[in-house]
Design a binder for this molecule. Structure first.
Ligand SMILES: Cc1ncc(COP(=O)(O)O)c(C=O)c1O
Length: 360
């Protein structure tokens, strides 16, 4: 069977050249005479892989020297508890903007250790926008200020980040890391599960400012303490070696393509193709306010459950797969991560036009 266009929200599409390169090295990696999967994480060959991965990632994101980069396991979800465990020192209070499923989950974990000061929420309108923030609600003594910068399920994204003064700003960038240029200096911690724009599942990348490491709560398990992983360069225990290798290949691919700024331009063009169609369609529409629309995760609806189901089924038969919306929101969603070629988005829009003419 030929490769399909995969619009999955994650694990998501990977660049085809990366998959081919990995396939060519799968059984014997360079001079090692074995697969990366079979290699000791303490071997010279793997050391080179993890170091190159970090170097490339730092270069792509322009990460300043006073930030550590960690390659961990546990998914983005583990960060929901790892962050309070490492950052709570005094007030145990977090300023948080609630924008959907992933901030709700983060909130639930914070409440095990402290309190949440809700700065704003977009729940009143089904999380279809990013709320405007009133600075007088920010707490000076918050341990950190928490946002999810791209909401994978709802399809919203921040286009500007709050100025939180001395309070570290922390962002879950799982579904749009490396898709647009970000000024890392604005953040205390950035984290992302790899399985969307970085590589296969199993790897979570954390960018943490150095002053936030080394003050974990007494109860923090050793694996949940950032200091453990900083001191051991992400090799305290066996890291997800193959996922790190794949991430390195994805970073090389992205660098060759021109880096994050070039990718951002392509991503904007791809998203525009789909949004322009949605805004002019007679049966499909985007539920998200224009100014807060994600470039990565694009939900859309027809207004009829039956028609939605028919669309998903027929699209699948046309080689356009995983277009159903998240089980919590329904409708459809096209996740068009970095690795989705413009051709895939054009094919999707062509198919939607045809479907529209047949189902008016
Ligand atoms: C924004 C966001 N945060 C967190 C998660 C959870 O990630 P993981 O499955 O790696 O724990 C996801 C997964 O889809 C996500 O999209």
């Amino acid at each position: 069977m030929a490769r399909v266009y995969n619009f999955s929200a994650g694990p998501g599409v990977l660049p085809e050249p990366v998959l081919k390169k990995a396939a060519s090295e799968l059984v014997e990696y360079k001079e090692a005479g074995m697969s990366v999967m079979e290699m000791s994480h303490r071997s010279k060959a793997f050391e080179e892989i993890i170091q190159s991965a970090e170097r490339l990632f730092r270069e792509l994101m322009q990460i300043p020297q006073n930030y550590h980069v960690l390659f961990l396991q546990g998914g983005a979800t583990s960060q929901f508890s790892m962050i309070p465990l490492n950052l709570f020192r005094k007030s145990n209070k977090v300023d948080l903007v609630h924008t959907g499923t992933w901030t709700k989950k983060a909130m639930e974990e914070i409440k095990h250790y402290g309190t949440v000061n809700l700065i704003a929420s977009s729940e009143d309108k089904n999380f279809s926008y990013i709320p405007k923030l009133e600075k007088n609600k920010f707490s000076k003594d918050a341990e950190y200020f928490y946002i999810c910068s791209n909401n994978t399920i709802e399809g919203t994204r921040y286009t500007a980040y709050p100025d939180t003064g001395g309070v570290p700003l922390i962002a879950d960038m799982s579904s749009h890391i490396l898709s647009e240029v970000i000024d890392v200096n604005k953040f205390g911690i950035i984290f992302a599960g790899a399985q969307k724009n970085i590589g296969p599942a199993g790897l979570t990348i954390i960018v943490v400012r150095e002053d936030l490491v080394g003050h974990a709560m007494e109860i923090t398990p050793v694996m949940f303490n950032y200091a453990t992983h900083v001191e051991n360069k992400s090799l305290y225990n066996t890291p997800p070696t193959y996922s790190i290798y794949m991430a390195k290949l994805v970073f090389e691919w992205l660098k060759n393509l021109g880096g994050v700024a070039a990718m951002q331009k392509i991503n904007k063009e791809k998203a525009d193709i789909l949004y322009n169609f949605l805004d002019n369609s007679s049966i499909f529409k985007s539920p998200i306010v224009r100014e807060d629309r994600s470039l990565m995760n694009i939900p859309f609806v027809t207004g009829s459950k039956d028609l939605d189901a028919k669309f998903v089924k027929e699209a699948k038969n046309a080689g356009l797969v995983t277009l159903e919306g998240h089980r919590s929101v329904g409708g459809m969603r096209a996740s068009i991560y970095n690795a989705m070629p413009a051709e895939g988005v054009k094919k999707l829009v062509d198919f939607m036009k045809k479907f529209e003419s047949e189902n008016k």
